[in-house]
Design a protein around this ligand. Sequence first.
Ligand SMILES: CC(C)(COP(=O)(O)OP(=O)(O)OC[C@H]1O[C@@H](n2cnc3c(N)ncnc32)[C@H](O)[C@@H]1OP(=O)(O)O)[C@@H](O)C(=O)NCCC(=O)NCCS
Length: 207
Amino acid sequence: MPSLDHTQLDIREMKEDEAPVVLELLKDGFKDTENRLILYVLTRPLALLLMAVVSSGLRFFLNSFVVALVLPVLLTVVVLKLLLWRSPDLGQLHAYYSAERRRLWVAVYDEEDVCGCVALEPRAGPHRAAELKRLAVSRWYRRSGVGRRLLTFVEAQARAQGFRQLVAQVSVVTKAAIALFESSGYTASGGGSWLGYTILQEFSKEL
Ligand SMILES: CC(C)(COP(=O)(O)OP(=O)(O)OC[C@H]1O[C@@H](n2cnc3c(N)ncnc32)[C@H](O)[C@@H]1OP(=O)(O)O)[C@@H](O)C(=O)NCCC(=O)NCCS
């Protein structure tokens, strides 16, 4: 949807009855990311080597070559899915984002179409930093400036709340989000790794 009328786009706090729509939006936004991240991890040379070693070991106990080959891959996928699926706050989205200075805003097009969301959470530590979370745009509205509007909005909110720094954790496979942060003045400031491979990139910006 490249020709979006931005005068029709409003950003406001999520209402309680909008929580299910936002949850679907988030699930849709992160389903692709999760699958791509699992594929990325599985195809790292060290992960392939470990699975090959486990597979060779299983051959001593199993008669089937195919089962010995597939089992380590399946187990790795299950473990990764469980690790990525830890988001206790998603079940009570509205309650979670109504407490302790945590806020979640939605982008609404034409007064009724919830097409994006973003959240802000204070971060523990001495730097008066806040964390940007739950940034997602409905796939029908992507690449039409909604994501950048949400980012600019949340930066203004963080500044108004007295935060000095905004931080976002981005999966290395989400090229769109990385391009968005890089083109909005964010710099890579750390990250999380698995088997020595960076899987989460942290971006930050001084406000
Ligand atoms: C990341 C996301 C929020 C971007 O939203 P969006 O509304 O499509 O973004 P915008 O249209 O405002 O684009 C802003 C910039 O992001 C970058 N960008 C957006 N989509 C891109 C894509 N598919 N490929 C490359 N860069 C992209 C570009 O730099 C773009 O600027 P430009 O249009 O001037 O080139 C959206 O793609 C999304 O919801 N993805 C799934 C969930 C996700 O990854 N969330 C991020 C978690 S931190």
